[in-house]
Structure formats: C-alpha cells, structure tokens
Design a protein around this ligand. Structure first.
Ligand code: GLA
Length: 690
C-alpha cells in the first residue's frame, strides 16, 4: 500500500528492497524525491522540505526534478505531455485529489476540460507507471505527445547507459556507453516494436554483473515508441518514454474520449546487472506473462525444413520423426493457407489450401494429437498480399493514402486494423480457424513495417498508429478468451515485436530468425537482460546454417545453445540420420529434466559470450544447471573455470553428469572445471544439493 504523509502531499511506494517517493509543492508542482533503496516516510518528508536550487533565469529549477513534465511555464526539458487545444499549446494543471486502491496510487490533475491522472503501482520492486487522459470538456484536444512516465535518477557521477540494439536476425545486442550531455533517443517509427531496439534501457555508474546499483525502465507497447534519456545541463538525468515516435500528434481526443498510455515500468536494484535481470524476470513471470507457472513444451517448427513447399503428407512424416525425438508441440509454419505457395500470394485468406490440405487442417491436427503432441499453426493476420481474395474484395482495407503508391515490402501490405470491419473480419476468420481443427498453438507473425499509414476518409488518420496496437491487443484478448487452451507466440520476422505489452497476452516470443547457435548466444545474452528464458524460443536447425552464415556446428553445440531458452527443433528431420535422431532424443530428454530450472529458475550469467568461454547458470531450490559454450580454444590460453552463483556455500552438490561431489563454497569461490576443449564445444552440467 502506498504511504501518504499527513499533509496529503508526499507519497511513498515501497517494494521488498526499494522505494519511490514524490511530493506536490504548494504550487502544484509534482516533484520526484527518491528512487532507490528502501526508505521510510519520514525520510521522504525530509527530502520534500529540501529547497530547490536557486538558478539564474536561464535554467529552471523544475527541470530534472518533475515527475511528469508538461509543456509550458518555466520548463525547458522535453515535455512528457504536449497538448494542443483551439486556445494554443501547453498545460497548466492544478491538483485535484489523490486516491489509493489496493497497491495503486492515483494522482488527479486538471487543466480545463482535460483530466490527467498519473498512476503508480509497485509489483515486487518494479514500479509500473502510466497516465490516463480524459477529455471531459466540450471541445477536442490534440495529444501531440503523451508519455507514460518520466523517470528521474539521483545525483551521481558518470552515468552509463545500457541498451539493446539490433536489426533483423541480429536482435537484442547489448551495448554500454557513457552518457554525455544532451539526449539519447531510441525507439521505433515503424508501427511495431522493431528489431532495432528493445524498449528498455538501464543506467548505472559502476555496476558489475553481480554488484552495484542499476536503474532500468521498460515500456509495454507494441507499436511505434520512443524513450529519450537526457543528461541536463546540471548533469541530472531523466528518462521519458511512451507510445509514438514523433511529437507531431499522437491522437485527437474528441469530447468525452479518453486515452490510457501503456505502462512504463521501472526497477531499481543494487544486485548489479544480474540482480536487475533476475528481478525483471521474476516480475514478468509473476505479473506479465500468462500462466508463467506452466512450462512451455518442446516444439518442432517446419519453416526452415520446408519453407513454402509443404503438404499434409510431408508434414506427417516430419511429425512422426518429431514425436520420436520427444517433441511435444508440432507447428506447421507458413504455406498452409490460401494460394500461399510463395511469399507473393495468399496472406489474408486464412483457409487451408485445398490442394495441400484437402480435408482442412483437422486430419493433420488429429494425426499430430494421435502421435501424442499438440498442434500449432502460423498466421500473419495483420497483413495481406495484393494477390489474395481479401485484397481483391477490399482494396480499401489496407493502410494507404489517396492517390499515392501502396508500398509493398515482402510483397505485402498492412491491413488497417483501426477499422472495425477489418477487426471483425480477422476475428471471424481466426475464430473459425481455431474452431475448425484441434489447434493448440498459434505463431502470430508480423513481417513488415508501416509505410503509408494513411486512412482516407477518417477525420483523424493519425490515430491509426495507436488504434492498430489496441485492436491487436483486443483481438488477442478475445481469441484467448474464446479459445483458452490455445497458446500464442509473438513473432515479427524473429524478434521484431518483443515488449511487455505483447508479452502480457502471448505465451512466448520468437527471439530471432537467426538460428545459428553461436550468433544466438549474443542475442540471448542481450534478451536475458530484461526478459526471462521462459518466453525465449530457440530452435536447433540444420548444419551448416544455410539460411544465414554457413557455419557448421555439432548437434551438441546447437542443442546446448537452444536449451538456454524454450527449446525447439527447426531442422529438416526427414534428412537427419538415425544417429542424429537418437542423439537429438537424448538432448530433448535432458532438456525436459532441466526445463523447470531454465524456465522458472534464477538466471546467473557466468561469462558473457565474447570470444572464449561463456556460460549461464539457472538455480531453482537445491538444483542448479550450467550451460557452457567454448567458442574457440587457443593453445597457451587455459579454458577458465566457472565460478558458480546462487549456491549454498555450506552444502555439498552432486554433479549428475559425473557423480562427483563438490562443496558449494568451492564452486562459489574456486569454480567448476568444464572440461570443454577445441572449437564450438558445449556442455550441460547439472548439480543437486545433497
Ligand atoms: C518470418 C518468421 C519465420 C517464418 C517466416 C514465414 O520471417 O520469423 O520464422 O515464420 O516468417 O514466412
């Protein structure tokens, strides 16, 4: 429960190890007080009476200290809220009331007809923040920008910024750099979260993997977005973020309309980058990911094996082989519907291709079930090929601008999901599809960015960007409610739509189209900074990796790489030898044994994937598992030992691979020898407390 000072103007929210405090001045300025270790209300009150600095007129003492900087008045920072009415731009709010409900604090402000409510809710040590804007005035209000929150860091020297950048097939690469004066802006203006940046940043001054303060923020929004990290002239740092990339207009709120921003969550940890990641993971498993206590099955996906050249019979062959190696969920990827024999046609027509599946999907689904597996399919509902029945019938259903080119990417156009008729069409098609066959799983793809995001005839076409995301969320929510047994995977050409928003309505995400097991280690290292292994799908595919870089690697290396997440197999099993299939079966069995640790345990990144040896460790109760990879061994450079984490130093642990018994203290302080050698070697080492 939020604590409130007697004067009703200072608030404190606390998690198990952290606190967050804010204060309203007599002039209704909402000032940030504290984000960091746990403090008491008296401490927050002491902070509240510290005077603001006395600046010359060229700076504002409010800058870098406000909870949610609006536009106008003595403020020179990037506004979190920018509003235009017929009278002009800016906001001058007055405080109306605070409310608490369970663990949520709401602060209500008003500027004329616009009601502005700031929301705060502690979830563990993660603080969720968002804003609602209600236009109860008689006239429309234009929201040029409406961020979810602005985060303020304490005064420290030498801030460092961590971010996850990338591109297609090279997502979530971690980089750290010193923050300098000015702004660092990341985001997406593509209509989806994007491969280019995960909507997350972390700031620290001197943290290591296991020690030091880390301040992180992550946005739960699956459309265009922006996070700006600013170091102000007096060196204070603020982070502001929300939906939409530009300031040119997010939404027009007609009289009576409301807008709720996505959640921008923040976490303070003093457990270093590793501690921060574990706290993010625990938060997502407890509050974001649906049914996170249920482990995800081992899947097979047909894409890399068969691409568009598929048939019921051939999928049946793959299904038999998949079942034989222990796969639990068989997924038919692209190519099963409409005229989809290549990426040139068929998107939009969500009916099985009668040449390929004469009896629909039910016979294959039944067959897969009879083999003891669940059955899944691939869809890309937000898209349409120009060569499709849907587009021929409704050319006006795509995003477009009158008289302008309709840009095709991968030969496809984006449906205007802001339109209700499009929403109803998709609901009808997908509901029917899920009712027509025993489908347990849907891989939901999104394979191009917005380009011509127009909506002819609509008074406020700009709203399409925001409404698309809301419509997607509603569609997923509705399908989940109508088909509670069906699990969903978020995919966007690999990792192009991974964020806390989509993760709250999907069961796992497709991390990257890059299935090379070595490239994957860096992608997974970045991904794990924020998201847990429980959602991180990873496939074992063929060697050499013909899709991408031609690298050849052993089945062992490929499996151990993919076993760090939700294991899948995506190779052409029809071509695998009996020996390979037998080895795969062993690895799948081994994965099932460590799965609870990987999917529900605490992650410790023992060594990052930079050159030589890298390793991660998962700990759950008295069990631990280490996954270690040696990229290349050089003569004269011994392979390092791995100092383990999260063990009981007073206990003994049995290695389930060798039967050896190790002292916890020895493993923690002196390390474990992996025995890895040569190039691209890997191993799984299981330990159980005895
Ligand atoms: C995207 C996905 C792939 C595959 C193809 C199918 O690229 O990321 O895994 O599903 O689409 O067209």
């Amino acid at each position: 429960m939020p604590e409130i000072a007697e004067n009703g103007r200072t608030w404190l929210l606390s998690g198990p190890t952290s606190s967050y405090a804010l204060h309203l001045t007599a002039d209704d300025e909402l000032l940030h007080l504290h984000w960091g270790p746990r403090i008491a209300l008296v401490d927050a009150e002491a902070l509240a009476v510290r005077p603001l600095p006395d600046y010359w007129p060229f700076e504002s003492p409010l800058d870098g200290r406000e909870e949610y900087p609006v536009e106008g008045g003595a403020r020179f920072v990037r506004p979190a809220l920018s509003v235009r009415t017929s009278e002009g731009r800016g906001t001058e709010w007055s405080f109306e009331a605070h409310e608490t409900e369970d663990d949520e604090l709401r602060l209500r402000f008003r500027d004329g007809g616009l009601a502005i409510t700031l929301h705060y809710r502690m979830r563990g040590d993660v603080l969720e923040r968002w804003v609602t804007l209600d236009n109860d005035g008689p006239a429309a209000v234009e929201l040029l920008r409406a961020d979810s929150a602005t985060w303020t860091l304490p005064d420290r020297d030498g801030w460092r910024l961590s971010q996850l950048h990338g591109r297609w097939a090279a997502e979530s690469r971690l980089v750290r750099s010193s923050l300098t004066y000015g702004e660092k802006v990341i985001g997406s203006r593509r209509g989806h979260t994007g491969h280019q940046h995960l909507p997350w940043v972390a700031l620290d001054t001197d943290a290591t993997e296991e020690r030091g303060e880390v301040f992180g923020c992550a946005l739960g929004w699956s459309g265009s977005w922006r996070i700006a990290v600013a170091q102000l002239p007096d060196a204070r740092v603020q982070i502001t973020g929300g939906a939409g990339y530009d300031d040119s207009g997010l939404l027009r709120l007609a009289a009576g309309e409301s807008f709720t921003t996505p959640v921008f969550a923040g976490l303070w940890s003093d457990g270093g980058f590793g501690g921060a990641s574990r706290a993010w993971h625990a938060y997502q498993r407890a509050y974001v990911i649906p049914d996170a206590d249920q482990d995800r099955p081992v899947l097979f996906n047909s894409w890399e094996a068969t691409e568009f050249d598929i048939s019921e019979e051939q999928q049946g062959v793959l299904a038999r082989r998949a079942a034989a190696i222990g796969v639990e969920l068989f997924v038919v990827d692209d190519g099963w519907f409409g005229a989809r024999t290549s990426d040139r046609a068929g998107l939009g027509d969500w009916k099985p291709n009668p040449d390929r599946f004469p009896g629909g999907l039910k016979p294959l689904g039944d067959y897969v079930h009879a083999l003891g597996m669940k059955f899944g399919i691939w869809v890309e509902p937000e898209m349409v090929n120009a060569d499709s029945e849907l587009y021929r019938a409704h050319p006006d259903w795509v995003q477009h601008q009158t008289g302008r080119k309709r840009t095709e990417l991968r030969n496809q156009l984006v449906l205007n999901l802001a339109r209700e008729d499009v929403q109803e069409y998709l609901w009808g098609q997908l509901h029917e599809l899920l009712s027509s066959a025993p489908i347990d799983y849907v891989k939901w793809d999104f394979n191009r960015c917005f380009t011509d995001a127009g909506w002819p005839g609509e008074a406020d076409p700009q709203r399409l960007w925001v409404d698309h995301v809301h419509a997607l969320y509603r569609l997923l929510d509705r399908l989940r409610a109508a088909h509670p047994g069906v699990a969903f995977e978020s995919c966007s050409g690999g990792g192009g739509r991974i964020d806390l928003g989509v993760m709250s309505r999907t069961d796992q995400v497709w991390t990257s189209d890059n299935t090379d097991p070595l490239d994957r280690l860096a992608i997974q290292h970045g991904f794990s900074q924020i998201h847990p292994a429980r959602v991180m799908a990873a496939w074992v595919t063929d060697s050499p990796n013909t899709q991408l870089n031609g690298r050849a690697s052993s089945l062992r290396f490929r499996f151990v790489s993919a076993m760090a997440g939700v294991l899948g197999v995506g190779g052409d099993l029809a071509e695998w030898t009996e020996e390979e299939l037998a080895e795969a079966r062993d690895w799948v069995d081994r994965y099932k044994e460590i799965r609870p640790l990987v999917q529900r345990g605490d992650l410790y990144r023992l060594r990052p994937p930079e050159g030589g040896l890298s390793a991660v460790q998962y700990v759950l109760g008295g069990e631990a598992v280490v996954l270690a990879w040696l990229q290349a061994q050089h003569h004269g450079e011994p392979v390092p030992v791995l100092r383990l984490r999260g063990l009981d130093p007073t206990a003994a642990y049995e290695c389930l691979e060798t039967g050896e018994v190790h002292r916890g203290a020895v493993l923690l302080h002196h390390g474990l020898r992996t025995g890895l050698r040569g190039d691209l070697d890997a191993s799984v080492i299981r330990l159980r407390r005895i």
